[in-house]
Ligand binder design. Structure first.
Ligand code: IMP
Length: 176
């Protein structure tokens, strides 16, 4: 597939994504057994994944969103993360599941997990659609993982490059 000047290759098809979302939802359903759950989506990348996942959970779920930024070039996490749009829902005493699109260096998600832990949730777990372990700088434990991806920049299904390609239904690698 070609997309203007970026060459995109389908890495994970929409059918594979759909099967994995179903598998993740059944793992989450099994572990929480009907407990009320607060899902926290990390904007913007997790919005497509979270929308699909939430409709497969047979749990009384509430949702909220947080937006984080890290300074630096588009493809690199600079290591300095800040909250640019905070939560509206109190987290204390809640069973919280964070929904993330990709764990790359791990800097963003470990910042967020520390930030949330200080708010004293009853429990705190992480569900990530994709993991790029080859680039990890900070140890992160992912409780529910969709796919491990190679050391390539990936777009689609919510993931962007410079705000482009979020709408693609498949996960594609950018070849240049
Ligand atoms: P980390 O702090 O390096 O783990 O980066 C996490 C964030 O960087 C993700 O939430 C994404 O927004 C972005 N990111 C890292 N790798 C990719 C990628 O391959 N495609 C799209 N976004 C990425």
């Amino acid at each position: 597939m070609s997309h203007r000047k970026h060459r995109l290759e389908v890495l994970i098809s929409r059918e594979e994504i759909s099967q994995v979302v179903t598998r993740l939802a059944s793992e989450i359903n099994r572990d929480y057994r009907g407990k009320p759950l607060l899902l926290i989506g990390v904007l913007k990348g997790a919005f497509v994944f979270m929308a699909d996942l939430v409709r497969q959970l047979g749990l009384p779920v509430e949702v909220d969103f947080i937006r984080l930024s890290s300074y630096g070039a588009a493809r690199e996490s600079s290591g300095r993360v800040k909250v640019v749009q905070g939560l509206k829902t109190p987290v204390e005493g809640r069973d919280v599941l964070v929904i993330e699109d990709i764990v790359d260096t791990g800097i963003t998600i470990s910042f967020l997990l520390d930030y949330l832990r200080r708010k004293k949730p009853a429990s705190l777990k992480l569900c990530a659609l994709t993991d790029k372990p080859s680039r990890r700088q900070v140890t992160v434990s992912i409780d529910y993982l969709g796919f491990t991806v190679p050391d390539k920049f990936v777009v689609g299904y919510g993931l962007d490059f410079d705000e482009k390609f979020r709408y693609l239904p498949d996960i594609c690698s950018m070849e240049n």
